[in-house]
Write a protein that binds this ligand. Structure first.
Ligand code: 6GU
Length: 246
């Protein structure tokens, strides 16, 4: 899968996605990430990419022309019509399902805005999807694009090892992940739960499921409506609600 990011800060994007699993995925060729500098496409003498807003008001607006030309050159290079995602707090809120859907594309273009916004006319011409990463305002779309690239990449087949894929429970079944522990068995007076040392696989699985349900109930009860729960889960949840120990 190939990610193409249209931005005024290409270095910020490339630095942000060149670590750990995403770097490994690029190195092994499961994904590729390129950042295209919108400034390279300005025809302005001073390489200006923004201008004052018509109607007045604070801040600057990114001009249509350099963005349009950068996008056109990119589309020509890719050779087939590609989804173009504009990162904006006004978009649909990004979630795990969207990450999975976008991971099915072969190419994706991200347009990162800055300043007070982007000339509406170029958005109308090139953008296919308006996406937000949450209800807060960032100074630019770059961090949001990086968040999306990370979440989408790990849904691309081959990017995660089998071991890493099995750690994918959170949000998959709409439940939060259970707590994890590693050595030493006691740290600052806190002991690892006995059941995890028991070697009894079935009991460990039960305990983990209970923990997942308890955490979801406590921290994200809104997720429980969407979770796929079996009879045992419902029984566990009753215990949790009545604050009984299992
Ligand atoms: Cl996608 N972009 C910007 N600029 N701010 C945001 C956002 C995106 N999502 C939340 N805040």
């Amino acid at each position: 899968m190939n990610f193409h990011v249209l931005t005024l800060f290409p270095q910020m994007v490339m630095d942000g996605v060149n670590t750990s699993i995403i770097k490994r995925a690029s190195d092994t060729g499961f994904i590729s990430i390129e950042a295209i500098d919108i400034r390279d496409y300005t025809i302005d003498r001073h390489k200006k990419t923004d201008d004052y807003p018509y109607g007045g008001g604070a801040g600057m607006v990114m001009s249509a022309q350099p963005i349009y030309d950068a996008h056109k050159a990119l589309q020509n290079k890719i050779g087939k019509k590609t989804k173009c995602i504009y990162l904006t707090p006004q978009g649909r809120t990004f979630n795990q399902n969207m990450a999975k859907e976008f991971a099915e594309e072969e190419d994706l273009i991200f347009l990162c805005g800055h300043y007070e916004g982007v000339d509406e006319r170029v958005l109308e011409e090139i953008v296919t999807d308006y996406v937000s990463i949450g209800d807060y305002v960032l100074t630019g779309g770059e961090l949001a694009a990086m968040v999306m690239i990370d979440a989408i990449s790990r849904m691309v087949p081959g990017v995660l090892s089998n071991k890493e894929s099995s750690l994918l429970e959170t949000f998959e079944g709409n439940l939060l992940e259970y707590p994890q522990y590693t050595r030493p068995v006691e740290w600052r007076g806190k002991k690892v739960p006995d059941i995890l040392l028991s070697g009894h696989h079935a009991n460990v699985e039960k305990w983990r499921r209970y923990q997942s349900l308890e955490r979801t109930y406590k921290y994200r009860p809104d997720l429980l409506d969407k979770a796929s729960l079996d009879e045992n889960d419902i029984k566990y949840l009753e215990h949790i609600k009545n604050n009984k120990k299992i």
